[in-house]
Design a binder for this molecule. Structure first.
Ligand code: PEP
Length: 257
């Protein structure tokens, strides 16, 4: 890592009812040491129905843990049954929103074009998108993964200017490493994160790209986080399974200090 402040983000996926989410948030708050917030940004992304309660836990404590959503719709309001707008996230106090997660791309038909519309809507609402990109095992085995991921990044940021993009986050999440226990090696993750930064530099210039955070996600845990986070272009982690246990999540936060 360079002088970019690391970001550790927990993706709770479809886990935890409101009461369970509050317990987990409270455990994170209790174990979070005072000076950590100066050194690392931390965010948890619970299911949308839990957001308000989880935000309530972190609002007045010492942690500065932010909350993020796992999805959003790009339209401001209207007849879009089941969807949630940027304004709704803003009023709850969401600072981040994950978009383009591979589970949403695979199971819910999210496209590069949709991710781009969501990125634009979030940036307009001053919510930081965490744009997920990453290749399948088939694409990795074909050897075209760098082109694949670079194309996803270009598509996600199409029509977005450098000033608007500066606060956005990109998460490299190889699909073959998500929830599989098969983590990318630090070298594999660094290769792609560096290619992502090079793509951001083409789009927005060196200076903006150097300031943007690129995360790694895919079976990151307390045992492998330190080596991954030590790589120069990996500025933090997006953590699924290991974010559901406070001790594991806090150990990963510690590894980022
Ligand atoms: C994720 O889904 O964003 C993720 C990284 O999951 P896991 O850590 O469980 O692989």
């Amino acid at each position: 890592m360079t002088n970019r402040k690391p970001l550790i983000a927990g993706n709770w996926k479809m886990n935890n009812t409101v009461s369970e989410a509050v317990v987990l948030a409270q455990e994170i708050s209790n174990g979070f040491e005072k000076d950590w917030a100066e050194l690392v940004d931390v965010c948890v992304c619970p299911p949308s129905v839990d957001l308000k309660a989880v935000r309530g836990v972190f609002l007045f404590d010492h942690t500065k843990v932010a909350v993020g959503a796992q999805n959003v719709y790009f339209e401001p309001k209207g007849a879009f049954t089941g969807e949630i707008s940027v304004d709704m996230l803003v009023e709850i106090g969401c600072e981040y929103c994950i978009i383009g997660h591979s589970e949403r791309r695979e199971l819910f038909g999210e496209t590069n074009e949709g991710v781009n519309l969501k990125a634009k809507a979030l940036i307009a609402g001053h919510v930081k998108p965490i744009v997920c990109v990453g290749e399948s095992l088939a694409v990795r085995d074909e050897g075209t993964y760098l082109d694949f991921v670079r194309a996803q990044v270009r598509a996600a940021f199409a029509g977005i200017g450098a000033a608007e993009a500066a606060d956005a986050v990109v998460a490299y999440e190889p699909i073959w490493a998500i929830g599989t226990g098969r983590t990318a090696t630090p070298e594999q993750a660094e290769e792609v994160c560096a290619a992502i930064r090079a793509t951001l530099a083409e789009l927005f210039g060196e200076e903006v790209a150097e300031g943007m955070r690129v995360l790694y996600g895919g079976s990151m845990n307390e045992g492998n986080a330190a080596l991954l986070l030590a790589m120069p272009d990996i500025d933090g982690g997006l953590i699924g399974g290991a974010s559901l246990k406070a001790v594991s999540f806090l150990d990963i936060v510690k590894a980022a200090l």
